[in-house]
Ligand binder design. Structure first.
Ligand code: MTE
Length: 328
């Protein structure tokens, strides 16, 4: 499919808002009265609170989870950046839109269906799961196809644990994921340029891999709406668009499911979408990335991109026999 409008493609580095404009927008929001709301906030209030005075009730609730150790070679992306620089097209296409707009997402109640090729279809009460499951913290690199990256302390539950509870049949070869789509809660979604609901997919062996995480929190607390509350996928060896947000349905299938970005531009966004510095995106290089750490978001320092985003030892065997020079 031809891309007719810049908003129809993930934005390139060249087209993202310059930081000066972004800062002006923050100043404007304060000028419109958010400054007063910010004054009433507790000292720990983050960027979300400043941009979105009607933060969802479950935002910021501490979670019980086993603690991860930060690997010596990684530096965490500050929480304020993780929750204010987002891609969530249902709430707008600028990086700052989701933090400003996603407070309209109604987080409770939330159910997640697991169905299709399973012996035991499930309808999971996600908040009950969050409060009763053995949650783990996992510190992962996160690499967006737009060539920026972060390091994020997620909290979640292994995807394979949930899938196994539904007992996949021998016909289950793929797993399809679907995000919530509700135009009433997402009034600007129609302008996003992508077909909704947002859908993603994995091969069953990828879905069962121990690195595949269903995240329900970050930085020790429940997920902010803009990061995909209350439950989203995190696949650290794949480009970020595979990490689908605010999931309502998981379906196990015999055949490969369609995926949102691949439907829109198959020559740019593959089904597998494994991070691969040797294969450039048709419109920009994937050899390096802007690491978003301390300091500016748009002038962040560049670093080399690693095959499978640094997780080759764990996942490369899933792709033996596939030609990784191709755009997957
Ligand atoms: N899921 C939905 N439902 N809608 C989206 O627009 N964007 C994807 C992915 N999941 C997206 C989504 C993309 S392109 C990226 S890079 C990551 O979410 C961004 O996750 P983050 O905002 O938590 O960094």
């Amino acid at each position: 499919m031809l891309i007719k409008n810049a908003h129809h493609a993930l934005l390139t580095e060249q087209s993202v808002t310059p930081e000066s404009v972004y800062r002006d927008r923050r100043r404007l929001l304060k000028g419109l009265g958010f400054g007063a709301a910010a004054l009433a906030l507790p000292a720990h209030a983050g960027v979300l609170d400043l941009l979105s005075p009607k933060a969802p009730e479950n935002h910021g609730k501490p979670l019980n989870a086993s603690k991860a150790t930060l690997p010596a070679d990684l530096q965490l992306t500050p929480e304020g950046k993780v929750i204010s620089y987002n891609n969530y097209y249902e709430f707008g296409t600028d990086k700052s839109d989701p933090a400003a707009n996603a407070h309209t997402l109604k987080l409770e109640p939330w159910t997640l269906a697991i169905e299709g090729e399973v012996e035991k279809p499930q309808t999971i009460d996600v908040w009950q799961l969050i409060h009763s499951a053995a949650l783990e913290e996992r510190i992962y690199r996160f690499r967006c196809v737009e060539a920026w990256s972060m390091v994020i302390p997620w909290i979640g539950i292994g995807l394979g644990t949930l899938l196994n509870a539904a007992m996949p049949t021998s016909r289950a070869k793929y797993v399809a994921f679907e995000s919530l789509y509700d135009p009433e809660q997402m009034p600007d979604a129609g302008a996003s340029g992508i077909a909704l609901p947002y859908v993603e997919g994995l091969r069953i062996d990828e879905a069962m891999h121990p690195l595949a995480l269903l995240a329900v929190g970050l930085y020790g607390k429940t997920l902010p709406a803009q990061n995909g509350a209350p439950i989203r996928l995190v696949l650290p060896w794949k480009y970020g668009f595979k990490s689908i947000k605010s999931i309502v349905r998981i379906r196990l299938l015999e055949t490969m499911p369609p995926t949102t970005w691949n439907l829109l531009a198959p020559q740019e966004y593959g089904f597998f979408a494994n991070v691969n510095p040797a294969v450039d995106h048709p419109r920009w290089s994937q050899a390096s990335e802007r690491f978003i750490g301390e300091g500016g978001v748009f002038d962040a320092k560049r670093q080399a991109t690693l095959p499978f985003n640094g997780y080759a030892d764990q996942v490369a065997n899933l792709y033996q026999g596939m030609d990784l020079r191709q755009w997957y």
